[in-house]
Design a protein around this ligand. Structure first.
Ligand SMILES: *Cc1c(COP(=O)(O)O)cnc(C)c1O
Length: 427
């Protein structure tokens, strides 16, 4: 083995972290361990595995070498102590939220992914987890006012989908910690390349790997990461203090002292609710991550140019790209997104519904579908699709006006994308 002395950079880690070919017959690519279960060896070993005295592979629902390589790689990119992969971004958000807040309340941003918002209403309250919405995620006084003795976590997006609200992560994390609360950050739009929320005090980070992390529109997946710094035994999280029979009458922190949150997601949510990622899908995500830097860098550069083009177009009433001169998030973007603001943003289309539909139908390069972070450029009318679950009032609260059109900028030549938008406006 070569010894590596200096701390490796992001671009080295995204190719090499979490995988040693020598442990896998020299296979250069991470092999797809397409198996449901692993040979236990002996009843004595089974005894140790079952009691968590030995860490080992048993069953792919709770662990698999291909998934482990993905988890270790993404953990390395964000400097997390541990990560767990799950079957979708929604599974990542919901497992993280429930694991933090069982039996209590969560303060959550109103400007957020449509599916997450919909679950605030349809799912969590029925499971005993109540959501207190904060309309402006950066209104610290409003957050403080919402904190009660039952509050168990704060959930935000670093860059919100679809209107690019940039959260002041450091300020929100400080407030959370002063109140004994963990901060959960959905970092899907930023990706580890643009922003590492742990550097600003986030305790838990979640990703939809479906988006720019994998980057080719070919897979559904998600990840949850843990900083390892939050104290879950300070009184607000009784479910972390509870002695668990299968842990030998220890609590989850005693069982997994370095990564109690991920340990609990794995042994409770993955083991018992079961949304595990398939090894093949983990392989696709790993392959996507190998080119994360180049893709997100180009998407950010192209998005900036396209946002500038749209800002001066007569049929556009507003553009949400955070690095534009007139953006209310320009200063926060300077602090949190010095490498670029990503490939996704929205704009206001001037015109009636018929003209709006004609514009979308006239686009030839932009495909009309709901994903984002794809190599292909995408267009969607969010209020009627990705955020259709929200009532008119809720859409206003989330900052999604009826004229909103969302773009996800891909890897095509930016001149061709601008030409496509131009001809569609003129149509
Ligand atoms: C897409 C998305 C999700 C959900 O991820 P899936 O992989 O589609 O389940 C969650 N959060 C954000 C910010 C997203 O963009």
């Amino acid at each position: 083995m070569k010894t590596i002395e200096r701390k490796q950079g992001f671009d080295t880690l995204r190719i090499h972290a979490g995988y040693d070919p020598a442990q896998h017959n020299g296979s250069i690519q991470v092999p797809i361990y397409q198996t449901a279960a692993f040979d236990i060896g002996s009843p004595e070993r089974a005894d140790r595995l079952i009691k968590f005295e030995e860490v080992g592979l048993l069953y792919t629902r709770v662990g698999n070498p291909t998934l482990a390589a993905l988890e270790a790689r993404v953990a390395a990119l964000d400097g997390a102590v541990a990560a767990v992969s799950v079957a979708s971004g929604m599974a990542a958000v919901s497992y993280a939220l429930l694991n933090a807040a069982e039996g209590g309340r969560v303060i959550a941003a109103a400007q957020i992914y449509g599916g997450t918002y919909d679950a605030y209403k349809k799912i969590y309250p029925n499971l005993g987890v109540n959501i207190d919405l904060v309309e402006d995620v950066n209104d610290l006084e409003a957050i403080q006012r919402l904190i009660t003795e039952d509050t168990r976590a704060i959930l935000i997006e670093s860059i919100s989908n679809p209107i690019n609200v940039i959260a002041d992560i450091q300020a929100i994390a400080d407030l959370a910690h002063k109140n004994g609360l963990p901060l959960i950050v959905d970092n899907t739009l930023a990706t580890p390349y643009l922003l590492n929320p742990f550097e600003y005090g986030a305790d838990i980070v979640v990703y939809s790997a479906t988006k720019a992390l994998s980057g080719h529109g070919s897979v559904i997946g998600g990840l949850i990461l843990e900083s390892g710094k939050f104290n879950w035994l300070a009184g607000r999280h009784p479910h972390f203090e509870k002695k668990v029979f299968t842990f030998g009458e220890r609590n989850v922190v005693e069982t997994f002292p370095d990564f109690p949150f991920i340990g609990r997601v794995r042994t409770h949510y993955l083991a018992l609710l079961g949304a595990s990622l398939s090894p093949f899908d983990a392989y696709l995500i790993l392959q996507g991550i190998e080119t994360l830097t180049e893709r997100v860098k180009k998407q950010s550069e192209s998005a900036q140019k396209i946002a500038a083009f749209l800002s001066s177009h007569p049929k556009v009433s507003w553009v949400s790209y955070p690095t534009l001169d007139n953006s209310p998030y320009k200063e926060l973007a300077k602090k949190y997104l010095p490498k670029g603001a990503g490939g996704l943003f929205s704009f206001g289309f001037k015109g009636d519904k018929e003209e709006n539909y004609r514009f979308i139908k006239s686009l030839k390069l932009f495909s009309y579908h709901a994903n984002l972070g794809d190599a292909r450029s995408l267009v969607i009318n969010s209020p009627r699709t990705t955020h259709h679950e929200l009532s008119e009032q809720e859409q206003i609260q989330s900052g999604i006006t009826a004229d909103t059109i969302r773009l996800s900028i891909g890897l095509e030549d930016v001149e061709d994308l601008i030409a496509d938008l131009k001809q569609a406006f003129d149509n």
